[in-house]
Structure formats: structure tokens, C-alpha cells
Ligand binder design. Structure first.
Ligand SMILES: Cc1cc2nc3c(=O)[nH]c(=O)nc-3n(C[C@H](O)[C@H](O)[C@H](O)COP(=O)(O)OP(=O)(O)OC[C@H]3O[C@@H](n4cnc5c(N)ncnc54)[C@H](O)[C@@H]3O)c2cc1C
Ligand code: FES
Length: 504
């Protein structure tokens, strides 16, 4: 996958798991959510370990815009409509308090991650967006969220009005995660990189977890793998939308406005912030060009990069990259018991593109659930809530999945529009994808092992992405993200086994 602006070669490497171990709680996943969970657990008397399939902080958390904000686009008016004012207010408070909790942690642990309090602004760029902005303003009033109305554009750009939410924050997410991991490791938390969990088996007491052919015996688990690696009949893949967006980092010819910005249009959304680069110069970090996972072309990406670079009068971008996240159909994340009434496996997902603050809330909530402590958020984010399946977007989203399934099969019979080094073809009743890279040809079966959709090639990240539920694989077939849980088979092997593993 393409590197993000944030990710550099880390100075510390953690050993991969090579022996069986016994712990009280195993944290799976070394992104923002897993690290925050391990951090809070490290303040209890539990023996804990954290295992990460790849490298610490190089998943979605090392690839985002690095904003910490309770202002999350057009949100609160939707939350009021779906969940009522009390719950919408609680969501706001959870995110507001998460920023303060992170600020305190950064100060206490002396973490150097360019954390800075800055204002955030939600903008309407035309009359149509202004109508939505007015709705959101009314929601702020109803929820007693402090804001100011802005009438002057921050740059020379189409602009009607903005809502400023004061004292939100931004940081360097990768530096934060690396330093937090180091502090925890120095304080005795076992951390293992290159250690993917491949099976979780319930035992009489606790779990036997398979990782690198070793067994981890744990009484409880926090599954912070971005998307749960085990479904247990919950059909979580039907309850979220799988969203990808492009990002760029570029220097500016002109002074940059310090306010973090986001516009209100979900189809043409862009999000912007500034960043001080290693050489002291100011950069803009922009994200946008949002699509359903598996549908973004290189042409789309290049067009977006050119358009935003011109709009913000930026120099040639230093780097462009892409990220993916999950948006639940009722716009609240899923945080809590994976299996209803059994708190021993906690998970968190569906952060709706705001997982930096939500990871703090999720970590606190999951740790409280494990310790059987009360938290105001347990009910709000309960993963088994029924509202999700009563949303029109649940129905429409799953209809779209069926359409994606059918069209992906039909499309695979026609010549693709991939770069010249990528080809797809049918053989022996299944579909293969061939990629030539660095003089080596990789040919893998591109029928998704989750439910059988035909994967699309993502030329920006050089990955095979599933248009149905967002599973991702490297160009040569290694699993990056579920819900699929197996690598793609090489053409020399038997075709992929299609198994959604819904029950185990
Ligand atoms: C375009 C875009 C911009 C965004 N900008 C922002 C922003 O400005 N602010 C914000 O708050 N949010 C933002 N987000 C959302 C944010 O990036 C995510 O919500 C957040 O990073 C999710 O954190 P996580 O810890 O759950 O996942 P990750 O960071 O992906 O961590 C999960 C980890 O689990 C590991 N893992 C997976 N399976 C296994 C396994 N079997 N065994 C062991 N380890 C495993 C993975 O390797 C990974 O490292 C953005 C999202 C997008 C798409
Ligand atoms: S992720 Fe479900 S079919 Fe590919």
C-alpha cells in the first residue's frame, strides 16, 4: 500500500510472537483503538499483551487527516433525528471529552506529537449547502454546542457561511501512536508486531488464540482490528458502509489558514488542516474524493489531486495516499460485547471517519465493560442495537451490495480499464488478476473469499479491493483488511474457498 505522509520508518521494532503466553487480556490490533485500550488497561492490575498483524500505527490510524474534533461534518441533525437529543448530546460530550483526555495523556506522558488546539469550521460553499448548514446550526442550538457563525471565506473560494467550533485539536497521529507504544512497552506491556491472530477458540475458561503458530491464553480479548475479525452471527458487514477517501500533503505558496475546515456536502466533501513539516515549512493536508470502497480509479484520484491543489493554490503534492473507514447505518459506532451478554470479547468498529477521538471513547468503554464498571456510553454504542437495521440506508446499502455482487461478475467478462501492467481473465470457471511489478508476475484468484464478489484493482494503493464489503488484499493476494479472513490463492493453487465465517 502507498505510504501516508505521517508514516516513516519507525525507530523501534517489536519482536513477533514466537512463544505461547498467558495473559489476562489480549488486545488485537495496534492502531489508535488498540493502543488506547492497552494504555487504559495498563493502569489496572491485569497482565496484558498487544499483538499487531503488521507494524504499530500503520493501519487506518496512520493514514488519516489527524484531526481530533467533535465537529464531524453534517452529523448532529442526523443524530437527533435518529436517536433523539439526549443521545446526540452524549455523542458530542464523548468526543469533546476524548480530546481533553488525549491532551492530558500527551502532557502526562510527555508525548511529542504536535498536538495543538485549533478551531474547526463546517462550511457551506453554495446556497444548497447553506440549507444543510442551517439545519446543523439548529442542531447545535438544541444540543447547546458552542459555536460562532463565520461569514468571511478563509481563502478565495466559493463560500456562503461557516460554523466555527472552538478549541478542537490536531496532532501527528503516527508520532502519537509510536510514542504511546514505547511508553507502554517500557512500563511492561508486551507488544508484538508481525503477529496476526488467525483463530480464536473459546475454552472452558477464557480463550486460546492462535498467532504465529503459538497459542495465547487469555481470559478476555479486546478486538481493535478496525473491522471485527470474527462475526459471531451479527452480520456486521451488512450494518456499515465501506468508505474510501483520498488524501494529499502539499506545501503552499501562500500563508495557510490555521482553522481545520470541512464542507457539508457529503458527495463532494473535503477536509483540510495545516501541518508543520520536518523542515519547519507549512503544509496543507487535505482529504476528500469519498467513494464506496472498491470503486475509485486512478483517473478519479489524479483529477481530485489536481483540482484541490489548484483550489488551495498549493505546490505539487509531496505525497498522495488513500484511507478506508466504516460508517454505520445509524451513524453511531459499534463498541462493546461481540457476543451479546458476554463481556469477555470487546470490539469497536464503525467510527464513521472519526476514529481518532472515537478510539479514546471506545477504549474507555471497552475497558469499563471488561471491569464491569458503569459507563454512560455502553448503551449508546451497544453493538447489538436494533436501530441500525431500521434505517433506510441499511436497506438501500444492502440492495447496493447485491447490485455490486452481480455487476462485479458481469463486469469481469469485459476488458478492464486498469493500467497496462494489470489484467484480469477467466480460466476454469473463475476469475484471476495478473499484476506485473518489479519484473515479477503475480496471478491471484480475485473472487473475494468472504462472499464471492469479484475484486477491483485499486491502482493508487496497488491493492485488490472488494466492492461489496471493503475487504482489501495486496496486489499479490495478502489479506490487508476483512471481513474476509484468508489470503487470495495463487493461480497454481485451488480457487479461493468462499466462507464468510459468520458463525465462528
Ligand atoms: C479519508 C479519511 C480521513 C480520515 N480522517 C480522520 C481524522 O482526521 N480524524 C479522525 O478522527 N478519524 C479520521 N479517519 C478515520 C480513522 O482513520 C479511523 O476511524 C481510525 O484510524 C480507526 O482506528 P482503528 O484503531 O480502529 O484501526 P486501525 O488503525 O486500522 O488499526 C487496526 C489494526 O489492527 C491490525 N489488525 C487487523 N487484523 C488483525 C489481526 N488478525 N491480528 C492482529 N492485528 C490485526 C491492523 O494491522 C491495524 O494495524 C479518516 C478516515 C478516512 C477514510
Ligand atoms: S468483503 Fe464481502 S464479498 Fe468481499
Amino acid at each position: 500500500m502507498k505510504r501516508s505522509y505521517w508514516i516513516k520508518e519507525p525507530s523501534v521494532a517489536y519482536t513477533s510472537l514466537s512463544d505461547s503466553i498467558h495473559v489476562d487480556t489480549l488486545v488485537i490490533g495496534g492502531g489508535m483503538c488498540g493502543l488506547m485500550s492497552a494504555y487504559y488497561l495498563s493502569h489496572t492490575d491485569r497482565r496484558i499483551a498487544l499483538v499487531e498483524a503488521e507494524r504499530i500505527g500503520q493501519g487506518a490510524s496512520g493514514r488519516n487527516t489527524g484531526k481530533l474534533s467533535a465537529q464531524q461534518g453534517f452529523l448532529y441533525s442526523d443524530l437527533i433525528k435518529t436517536h433523539g437529543e439526549a443521545k446526540a448530546r452524549l455523542y458530542y460530550e464523548a468526543n469533546r471529552d476524548a480530546i481533553t483526555a488525549l491532551e492530558d495523556l500527551i502532557n502526562d506522558e510527555k508525548i511529542n506529537c504536535q498536538f495543538r488546539r485549533v478551531d474547526a469550521m463546517l462550511m457551506a460553499l453554495d446556497e444548497r449547502e447553506q440549507e444543510a448548514l442551517e439545519k446543523e446550526r439548529q442542531a447545535y442550538d438544541a444540543l447547546r454546542i458552542p459555536y460562532e457563525v463565520v461569514t468571511q471565506p478563509p481563502y478565495e473560494m466559493p463560500f456562503v457561511k461557516g460554523l466555527r467550533m472552538m478549541k478542537q485539536a490536531q496532532f501527528h497521529p503516527y508520532h502519537f501512536m509510536l510514542e504511546l507504544a514505547q511508553r507502554m512497552h517500557q512500563n511492561g506491556v508486551a507488544i508484538h508486531e508481525h503477529s496476526p491472530v488467525t483463530a480464536i477458540n473459546k475454552q472452558k475458561e477464557g480463550y486460546a488464540i492462535t498467532c504465529n503458530n503459538c497459542t495465547i491464553h487469555a481470559k478476555s480479548i479486546i478486538m481493535a482490528t478496525h473491522f471485527p475479525i470474527s462475526d459471531h452471527g451479527n452480520l456486521f458487514f451488512t450494518k456499515v458502509d465501506f468508505v474510501q477517501g483520498d488524501l494529499l500533503a502539499a506545501k503552499s505558496a501562500y500563508p495557510l489558514h490555521d482553522t481545520m475546515m470541512i464542507n457539508i456536502d457529503s458527495d463532494h466533501i473535503f477536509s483540510a488542516r495545516t501541518q508543520i513539516d520536518d523542515d519547519g515549512s507549512a503544509l496543507a493536508i487535505l482529504s476528500g474524493n469519498q467513494h464506496h470502497a472498491g470503486f475509485m480509479t486512478l483517473e478519479d484520484h489524479d483529477r481530485w489531486v489536481k483540482m484541490r491543489t489548484r483550489q488551495f493554490q498549493l505546490k505539487q503534492p509531496i505525497l498522495t495516499w488513500r484511507n478506508q473507514d466504516y460508517v454505520s447505518h445509524d451513524r453511531l459506532p459499534f463498541i462493546g460485547n461481540l457476543i451479546a451478554d458476554d463481556p469477555s470479547i470487546q470490539f469497536a468498529s464503525g467510527f464513521g471517519k472519526w476514529g481518532n477521538t472515537m478510539s479514546v471513547v471506545a477504549a474507555k468503554t471497552m475497558v469499563a465493560n471488561l471491569l464491569v464498571e458503569m459507563t454512560p456510553y455502553a448503551a449508546l454504542f451497544a453493538p447489538h442495537r436494533r436501530q441500525v437495521i431500521f434505517q433506510s440506508s441499511y436497506f438501500l446499502g444492502n440492495m447496493k451490495m447485491i447490485k455490486h455482487y452481480l455487476t462485479s461478475h458481469i463486469k469481469s467478462f469485459f476488458p478492464d480499464h486498469y493500467p497496462f501492467h494489470v489484467r484480469t481473465f477467466h480460466e476454469n470457471g473463475t476469475v484471476y488478476g495478473a499484476v506485473e511489478k518489479d519484473g515479477k508476475l503475480s496471478i491471484v484468484n480475485i473472487r473475494c473469499p468472504h462472499l464471492g464478489c469479484i475484486l477491483n484493482y485499486n491502482a493508487v494503493d496497488e491493492t485488490w479491493d472488494c466492492p461489496c464489503h471493503g475487504s482489501r488484499f495486496t496486489y499479490d493476494g495478502k489479506l490487508i483488511k476483512g471481513p474476509a479472513d484468508q489470503d487470495l490463492h495463487d493461480i497454481e493453487e485451488a480457487p479461493n474457498t468462499i466462507d464468510p465465517h459468520i458463525i465462528d
